[in-house]
Design a protein around this ligand. Structure first.
Ligand code: IPM
Ligand code: MG
Length: 358
């Protein structure tokens, strides 16, 4: 196939890991005879420096016109003032919203070779393999009113958690569809004992579940779900939840895998266009040193192949190569090893080649 991929390396370690993910995609395209065209654009803090805008209009347009977008990370100490008018994170939120990517998939998978890297005991990690589906363009991240007003010498700040039934329904449907190709269970995580929006999520979930009779649906309050992620995560299959809850729980869940550096994500909408990014962020503490773990970005490229291009075999090939490298002991610093970003990627790329010759 032919496809246009927009690369948004962004800030911090973003460019370092995207370079390696691109290499992987280039090798895949030559093994399987695809034509991937890459276009690199400025995004995040670096775009603030260059264009005074973390998401310049022509970059958003380029993403809209692409077949897929692969993003590194945004943000860093230079742009960290939370009171600044223009911040890198605004670019990310506008990009997700502008491309209508309402569902964020964050798979949590344990590699047997990495059990030691997790602070949890091996027995808590056995059989853990679940998918967080986080609503991405609604809820408290985007709800109105959002404001700050001074009343009688006091300051009042307001964020609003808002959901419509249709926003909830579309992300739930996707969660059910994904569960159908997994172990057939959806857990809705909410705060229905307190929040009106959560009660609406439950109502919609109940009605959507009738369209998917073979999928089991259960409900879990977010506070106890946070606990269960650490005590009995193996019981989760697809965990679907609102924007803010998903943000928090996905960082928590990353601990199970041994390192945030391992985790990929996909932001999807109605069409085939998707935005793929490692979960780790810009990691300013190690940026520029060439020691970042490229696996989150490389597995994000695998998700790109699977979800935007429907290239399942190619996606497997990448995932296999990552598993092989981990199995054989390849480790970057975050995993307790000494490989550089490039060396880790070389280990993975070598395994892409060998698989093609089988
Ligand atoms: C994430 C990040 C972002 C979010 C930030 C950088 C705005 O934490 O992708 O999880 O909160 O969505
Ligand atoms: Mg987050």
């Amino acid at each position: 196939m032919q496809a246009n991929i927009v690369l948004l390396p962004g800030d911090g370690i973003g460019p370092e890991v995207i370079t390696e993910a691109r290499k992987v995609l280039e090798i895949i395209s030559s093994i399987y005879d695809h034509k991937f065209h890459f276009e690199e654009r400025s995004f995040g803090g670096i775009a603030i420096d260059e264009h005074a805008d973390p998401l310049p209009p022509d970059v958003l347009e380029a993403c809209r016109g692409a077949d897929a977008v692969l993003l590194g990370a945004v943000g860093g100490p230079k742009w960290d003032d939370p009171l600044a008018d223009v911040r890198p994170e605004q670019g990310l939120l506008r990009l997700r919203y502008g491309l209508e990517l309402y569902a964020n998939l964050r798979p949590i998978k344990i590699y047997p070779g990495l059990m030691d890297a997790s602070p949890l005991r091996a027995e808590k990690l056995r059989d853990v393999d679940f998918l967080i589906v986080r609503e991405l363009t609604g809820g408290i991240y985007f709800g109105q009113p959002r404001e700050r007003v001074e009343i009688d010498g006091d300051i009042r700040a307001v964020d609003s958690m808002v959901y419509t039934a249709s926003e909830i329904r579309r992300v739930l449907r996707l969660a059910f569809q994904l569960a159908a190709s997994r172990r057939g269970r959806v857990t809705l995580v909410d705060k229905a004992n307190v929040l009106e929006t959560s009660r609406l999520w439950r109502e919609v979930a109940k009605s959507v579940s009738q369209e998917y009779a073979h999928i089991e649906l259960d409900y879990q309050l977010v506070d106890s779900a946070a606990m269960r992620i650490l005590t009995s995560a193996a019981s989760f299959d697809v965990l679907v939840t609102a924007n803010l809850f998903g943000d928090i729980l996905s960082d928590e869940a990353s601990v199970l895998t041994g390192s945030l550096g391992m985790l990929p994500s996909a932001a999807l909408g109605e069409g085939s266009l998707g935005l793929y990014e490692p979960v780790h962020g810009s990691a300013p503490d190690i940026s520029g040193q060439g020691v970042a773990n490229p696996i989150g970005a490389i597995l994000s490229a695998a998700m790109l192949l699977r979800h935007s291009f429907k290239l399942t075999e190619e996606a497997h090939c990448v995932e296999h190569a990552v598993e092989g490298a981990i199995e054989d002991g390849a480790r970057t610093g975050d995993l307790g090893g000494g490989l550089s970003t490039q060396e880790m990627s070389t280990e993975i790329c070598a395994r892409l080649d060998s698989r093609s010759k089988e």
